[in-house]
Design a protein around this ligand. Sequence first.
Ligand SMILES: [Fe+2]
Length: 188
Amino acid sequence: MKQENLYDKKLKDMLVSEMQRIFGEDIRRINHAMNVLSYALKILAKEGGNGNVVVASAILHDIGIHEAERKYGDCSGVYQEIEGPLIAGPILKRTMMLDDDIKHILKIIANHHSARDIDTLEFRILWDADWLVNFYDLLPAFKGNKELLEEKINHIFKTVTGRTIAKTEFIINNKLIKKGGNDVLFSM
Ligand SMILES: [Fe+2]
């Protein structure tokens, strides 16, 4: 099925503008959310699942980051997981989403760093989409070791599609480039 038929486009647009309003000038966070959304839609198209839950979770998953910094001076996962649902809840309640879907999204946001209390398909899609974006930061540490990369990918990713995208992007399409005299793994 086409990606745009898997979710409510008006809902997506409304959540994107709320996310942009909250992140303000923090373009890095906005881009991160949009990149996670893009991967989440690719995985959703193959794996199935509740499209609106996936879209809302992807757009809002890090929404508590500024509040965590402001309140605790620390944006590590544990504080984001507390603050995220407090900000996302009122936004989601202004939509036409079902209460059960809203609860599901808030649970995904509340667990997306630890994967503690949830293992739904929609959670696994968000988890993999977030890791696909964040994995780029880990790449230099592997120094082109494909076996280690594959082991790590198999360990981290929770959906077949997420794992396949990761292997395609980080192993098959990877090139070693020379940067500053060192071999650095460079994707795409
Ligand atoms: Fe994230």
